[in-house]
Ligand binder design. Structure first.
Ligand code: ARG
Length: 448
């Protein structure tokens, strides 16, 4: 085990099981770039506050940049990413590195690094989400003439445009991305909390514009600035930003899961509305004919995993007393998993959506089902002055008569129709059983 950041007070060695149990380097190494960014900013703060000479600032920042831009693999000899970076810095600049921790604690360091990690990954989710939306919109455009049965309760409801079904998912994702962006902008990169009580450094020194450092570290974020904490106890204690990141990613995963489910259903032999490209399917080791939409099933299932991450984390955090407690270290694995999983889902979906092929003939063959036009018949009667509820009851009876006697409404005689309402005119209602007439008669939709 490498030298501990806190070894001085201890005369005994840590029990190896405790060491193993409490370490986090095997996953928190993923914070390396963000932690180094925080350290570079902290070095600037130390310079402004007079704890470091200008040449010490440059030396330390250059060394930190070198570590940040090199290959950073976890070294299990260290407790966590912060310890490993400290150790690497000592190897580069010797004793000067011992000044880095002036007025700083891992308690605020980890919050800062995790916040930048969240901002970076929320931004990635937004960009990838937008690319899926673009793919959905192109697909909708390419199939803009297809009309399909709209479903409620998975039963035929009314004819709708396929482009509007795809657009519905695009809109869910847009709303999800709005929340992702809000979550990112709500995260404030506060510094100066120390372990819990603040530091002797004046608040004004913590205002640092971080863009030049982020650029050098190839962290793809702009407009980053650190600011002094308003309440150091809050800064080290709060994990609301983790909960919110887990929340918005879970909501995004929910939208993707529902879309995946529709595609799975639409691709079954029974529906045969859409063909999922082979590149996004897998086969069976036993049944040679199988082409299964496994990628979509994974997307459908992974939503559950993201909910688990969110609720598991909330359960860890609830009831924690102020301020920092080691339990909080358990936020990383669910957080990383949610982002990594969602990012993979979005990447897969982007490619999959681009290759979807809709079966226009099969979809439109479903539009012969007369029940899809029952509501249009109600509106027809309403337009002739019949009260909606009365019209609803009349058409309900008409549909029942049609089903019970196996007679299409379209082919009923004027006499048969007049038994339900004297307002029905055969030549007029016949025109209502037309998908295009049906969808175009809906005027409430303000398409963008
Ligand atoms: N690895 C810890 C975390 O992720 C930060 C270290 C704080 N440790 C401490 N003993 N104060 O939360």
């Amino acid at each position: 085990m490498s030298k501990k950041l806190w070894g001085g007070r201890f005369s005994k060695k840590t029990d190896p099981l405790v060491e193993e149990f409490t370490k986090s380097i095997h996953y928190d190494y993923k914070l390396a770039k963000y932690d180094i960014l925080g350290s570079i900013v902290h070095v600037e703060v130390l310079g402004k506050a007079g704890y470091l000479k200008p040449q010490e600032v440059s030396k330390m920042q250059a060394a930190l940049l070198k570590i940040g831009n090199g290959k950073f693999s976890p070294d299990m000899a260290h407790e966590d990413v912060h310890s490993q970076i400290q150790d690497s810095l000592e190897k580069q600049v010797g004793d000067l590195a011992l000044k880095l921790h002036t007025a700083r604690s891992r308690n605020d360091q980890v919050v800062f690094a995790t916040k930048v990690y969240c901002k970076d990954n929320l931004a990635k989710v937004a960009v990838l989400g937008e690319s899926v939306i673009d793919a959905l919109k192109s697909l909708a455009k390419a199939n803009s003439d297809i009309i399909m049965p709209g479903f409620t309760h998975m039963q035929h409801a009314q004819p709708v445009y396929l482009k509007d079904c795809l657009g519905a998912y695009a809109m869910m994702l847009e709303a999800g991305i709005d929340k992702v962006k809000i979550a990112a902008s709500d995260i404030k990169l506060t510094m100066g909390a120390g372990a819990v009580a603040g530091t002797p450094i004046e608040a004004k020194h913590y205002n640092v514009s971080m863009d030049k450092y982020a650029k050098k570290l190839k962290v793809g974020l702009t407009g980053l600035k650190s600011e002094p904490t308003k309440n150091s106890i809050y800064t080290v204690s709060d994990r609301g930003f983790v909960a919110e990141s887990l929340n918005v990613t879970a909501i995004m995963a929910t939208h993707l899961s529902r879309f995946a489910e529709d595609l799975i259903i639409w691709s079954t032999k029974e529906f045969d509305f859409v063909d999922i490209d082979e590149a996004f399917c897998t086969g069976s080791s036993l049944m040679p004919q199988k082409k299964n939409a496994d990628a979509l099933e994974m997307i459908r299932g992974c939503a559950g995993r993201l909910y688990g991450n969110r609720i598991g984390f909330l359960a860890v955090i609830k009831g924690l007393p102020l301020s920092y407690n080691r339990d909080m270290q358990l936020d990383k694995e669910p957080l990383f998993d949610s982002f990594e999983t969602l990012i993979k889902e979005l990447k897969v979906l982007k490619g999959l959506v681009k290759t979807l092929k809709f079966n226009k003939d099969k979809i439109e063959s479903q539009l012969d089902d007369e029940s899809l036009y029952a509501t249009d018949l109600v509106y027809y009667l309403v337009d002739k002055g019949v009260a909606f509820k009365t019209a609803h009851a009349i058409v309900g009876e008409l549909v029942k008569y049609s089903i019970d006697n196996g007679i299409e409404i379209k082919s009923m005689t004027p006499h048969e129709l007049s038994r339900f309402s004297d307002r029905f005119k055969n030549d007029e209602i016949i025109r209502l059983f037309d998908p295009k007439v049906s969808v175009e008669s809906k005027r409430s939709i303000k398409r963008g």
